[in-house]
Design a protein around this ligand. Structure first.
Ligand SMILES: NC(=O)c1ccc[n+]([C@@H]2O[C@H](COP(=O)([O-])OP(=O)(O)OC[C@H]3O[C@@H](n4cnc5c(N)ncnc54)[C@H](O)[C@@H]3O)[C@@H](O)[C@H]2O)c1
Length: 444
């Protein structure tokens, strides 16, 4: 039985506009997949919001509705899509060029729909993404002016499509590494830096600022700093808007955040973890630039440190050698191969090895995450959850958290946290897995 009435949540009535920054492999695969699902031509595998159930109450109650029947989410039918991209290809051209979906089975059949998604001119500066050139770009004297133009795009999109609510998801290229500086420390400093065209204010931050100013939640699927700075956290708080990131947790890091908790749970040591990837899509090409790779590397490296806690377990993890490489290899296209060699040790220090060879499809793994994030950020906003949405860490390699907190990286802790947050929202009991009540000793 519900333990309280939950939180008031505004209904998911009307249309939800999903604006993707970037209309490349991930965004076009996501948008096409939703349309294919709507037309009954493909299944949304990989999406919790569409397929997963949630257990409610005791195990004896046998209550496990679909998440989408339990919480009030926007339905796929109510989604409307838009995008920005410096490359002028529409959704159809982008999907064909990215080569993720089969042209005959999954692209031509929705050509009319995909052609209707023409990218709005982007705020783009090659300084931040070295390996990319684009012509569909906004011009402006200052970063503030460009950000104001993005605000206008959001308002115009809302007016044109009649959307009731919107979310923005960064599905664009990884920008160069930027360390947080004084210009990010407060909203006042940030806005001053926008006016002064400060190099610390990357295009992604302008999109985030514009979204928040328009009261639109912003989720960051790349490892860029973007909304993970005090200034934008402050703005999200003031405008009461949901934010979160960073970097979709899809392939190798998803595997890493499942295997490493296993080693720690069993108190097995790890002496080395070598991860390498080959991929040949545009993301791979962008990440071939050392400055963009550094941003990705930071995001990928952090997880083991937090999960394995070498300071708490120096004998087990104190000397761990961790290396991550990404190699651009055009023949593979979007079909990434991620290898992991893990050197572990057990009882009396005897060494063992685990090899993982994950032949994955990058955008096929990322697309359902974009869908879930769009639907859950919209839910968060309607439930009055503003600021950082840590409960959605499940979707991110480098989850944004409140100051002073360390991020939870373990995939199943994140999964439990997500589901418990849904239970909390709906006034259902938290599931602790204690379970003494099923046994005699729990009945005194
Ligand atoms: N696919 C995955 O598994 C995965 C996992 C984690 C993170 N990511 C990240 O998601 C992002 C998208 O990946 P992808 O494979 O679709 O890459 P992609 O190169 O196919 O698409 C990115 C698009 O963003 C556009 N873009 C670049 N700068 C922009 C700007 N300032 N404004 C608007 N558009 C801009 C590019 O022109 C390009 O079309 C990348 O940053 C990638 O690192 C992907």
């Amino acid at each position: 039985m519900p333990e309280s009435s939950g939180r008031p949540i505004a209904p998911a009535s009307g249309k939800l506009g999903v604006l993707c920054v970037g209309l490349g492999a991930v965004a076009s695969t996501f948008i096409a997949g939703v349309e294919l699902a709507r037309r009954g031509k493909a299944k949304p595998f990989g999406s919790l919001t569409q397929l997963a159930t949630i257990r409610l109450g005791k195990r004896t109650e046998q209550r496990a509705p679909l998440i989408k029947d339990f919480v009030p989410l926007a339905s796929l039918e109510d989604l409307v899509f838009g995008a920005w991209d410096p490359i002028p290809d529409n959704g159809y051209q982008a999907a064909l060029k990215c080569g993720v979906l089969d042209p005959h089975e999954h692209v031509h059949v929705i050509r009319d729909f995909l052609e209707g998604i023409a990218p709005m001119p982007a705020v783009f500066d090659q300084h931040y993404v070295k390996r990319l050139q684009g012509t569909n770009v906004k011009r402006g004297e200052s970063k503030r002016e460009l950000a104001e133009a993005l605000r206008k795009d959001i308002r115009d999109f809302r007016a044109k499509t009649g959307c009731d609510r919107m979310v923005v998801v960064w599905c664009a290229s990884t920008e160069i590494f930027i360390a947080p500086g004084p210009e990010h420390e407060s909203l006042a400093a940030f806005e001053k830096a926008m006016d002064a065209n400060h190099p610390g204010i990357a295009p992604s931050m302008l999109y985030a600022w514009a979204s928040l100013m328009e009261g639109v939640p912003f989720a960051n699927g790349a490892p860029n700093l973007t909304v993970d700075v005090q200034a934008l956290v402050e703005l999200a708080g003031r405008r009461k808007v949901a934010i979160g990131g960073k970097d979709f947790k899809t392939g190798q890091t998803m595997v890493k955040t499942v295997l490493s908790p296993m080693f720690k749970a069993r108190m097995l040591g790890v002496s080395g973890w070598y991860s390498t990837n080959i991929l040949g899509n545009r993301d791979g090409e962008v990440l071939d630039d050392p400055e963009s790779f550094k941003t990705k590397e930071e995001s990928k490296l952090g997880v083991l440190e937090y999960i394995l806690q070498p300071k708490v377990y120096p004998e087990l993890y104190g000397n761990l050698y961790h290396k991550v490489r990404i190699n651009y290899y055009p023949p593979r296209g979007d079909n990434k191969e991620g290898w992991d060699n893990i050197d572990i040790f057990g009882w009396c220090g005897y060494p063992m090895q685990i090899k993982v060879d994950f032949l994955c499809r990058d955008s096929i793994l990322a697309a359902p995450l974009v869908l879930d994030l769009a639907l859950f950020f919209d839910l968060a906003q309607r439930a009055g959850f503003s600021g950082v949405q840590e409960w959605l860490s499940f979707y991110f390699k480098s989850p944004q958290v409140a100051p002073g907190l360390y991020p939870e990286h373990d995939l199943f802790i994140q999964h439990t946290k997500l589901k418990n947050t849904l239970r909390y929202l709906m006034g259902e009991e938290q599931i602790t897995h204690l379970g003494v009540e099923y046994y005699e000793y729990g009945k005194e």
